[in-house]
Design a protein around this ligand. Structure first.
Ligand code: AKG
Ligand code: FE2
Length: 239
């Protein structure tokens, strides 16, 4: 893997919990991921976990994937500011709960806004993976209501899970290939890798921005060894 990592220091990073370390991964062509491994303090993160595990009205809806009905392989819940267009994905339209029903979520949202000055998130999709059999398959969060360059901030609590990013097959790079040039030369045009893997730990934050949803897909695959529960909060902006 060829990661371009940059460290930004606390002066540019107003969240005192972060320990000042973030990694910015340039995926190429205007796609970027930022990882803050210690975004929330460890003990505080367990308090959020216990609260959310108990208080969130988790559901496991039936969704449609490739024309087939199936039970979504994880629990979910949706929270959004009033007056936004309704979210719909895989033939499922979740009920939008209000932030006021779960006040601690507003504190996490505030910490996310502080970590990324200028960002503005007004909706939240929560996921709960009850063990290694729960997962999210390859997808991009490219619904129209998130606009052309969605910014998604993803906070993880509980069990570590692997998060994978894979480049979508690109028409452009096929079109641009030079006639007669051997494939070995074609694929070495830049030093950006087409796959990345991150372990999302308890209290971490991963931000995807730029063209990441247009050019990449992501997933949290099944993992036999991940026995414990993981809760994930994906903050998004409906435009
Ligand atoms: O659980 C995660 O880390 C990712 C969840 C996700 O991709 C989504 O909710 O769209
Ligand atoms: Fe996603």
């Amino acid at each position: 893997m060829n990661l371009k990592m940059t460290k930004e220091y606390e002066s540019r990073n107003p969240n005192p919990n972060e320990g000042g370390k973030r990694q910015s991964i340039d995926l190429g062509k205007g796609s970027e991921v930022v990882l803050i491994p210690r975004f929330l303090a460890f003990d505080e993160s367990w308090k959020w976990f216990d609260y959310l595990n108990k208080e969130i009205p988790w559901t496991r809806p039936t969704i449609r994937v490739f024309g087939r009905s199936c039970v979504q392989p994880r629990d979910t819940c949706y929270v959004a500011s009033a007056g936004l267009p309704e979210l719909s994905y895989s033939g499922y339209q979740p009920h939008a709960y209000s932030w006021d029903e779960f006040p601690p979520l507003k504190d996490i949202l505030e910490a996310v806004h502080k970590a990324f000055p200028g960002s503005y998130f007004n909706s939240l999709l929560l996921n709960r993976y009850k063990g290694g059999n729960d997962y999210v398959g390859w997808h991009a969060d490219d619904e129209k209501l998130y606009g052309s360059t969605p910014e998604i901030a993803s906070v993880s609590l509980g069990c570590d899970r692997e998060f994978l990013l894979k480049k979508k097959p690109s028409k452009m790079s096929q079109d641009k290939r030079v006639e007669g040039e051997p494939p070995s030369k074609r694929s070495k045009k830049n030093n950006h890798s087409d796959q990345h893997s991150f372990t999302l730990k308890h209290g971490s934050l991963l931000l995807m921005r730029g063209h990441t949803q247009r050019d990449w897909v992501h997933s949290v695959p099944k993992r036999a060894k991940a026995e414990a529960t993981r809760i994930n909060l994906t903050f998004r902006r409906v435009v």
